[in-house]
Design a protein around this ligand. Sequence first.
Ligand SMILES: [Fe+2]
Ligand SMILES: [Fe+2]
Length: 166
Amino acid sequence: MSTDAIVLLKNDHKEIRKLFKQFQSAGENAVQRKGEIVKEIIEALTVHTYIENEVMYPEVRKLLPDLEDDVLESYEEHHVADVLCAELHAMEPDDEHFVAKTTVLIENVTHHVEEEEQEWFPKVRDGLTRKQLQDIGARMIEVRDKAPRTPAQPSALKKAIDAVTA
Ligand SMILES: [Fe+2]
Ligand SMILES: [Fe+2]
């Protein structure tokens, strides 16, 4: 199996797009079903974001400093998606904000994924060797096992824990 980093990330993107389509084609009244799909979306995005943030982006930034601005923009786009995922994770599917929030999440992530695939990956592919991309991919497979599956704890809770353990 190829460990090419771009191939691995594109496979993730394909899965994520599939989940988005499932959400969009679920019926108007499929509240519970939509809730289940959103859980899967949150898990897929949490894992994918983790491996990009932990491995892909820092490695590319180090090896191809010219692409630094793209990497910094990606961190911000991920951050927006993280906030929406954390809010959705804490929300019941029958909340009046649930569908609207998911729709905005899907729009944002679709935009980000298109930029990666159409603009960023080709530049990375040009700048790195096959071996470099395979090494990055192998590292991503390793890190994937310890990736979180759900969004980080709400910051209020985290602050309380930090205060106790400080
Ligand atoms: Fe990304
Ligand atoms: Fe991605």
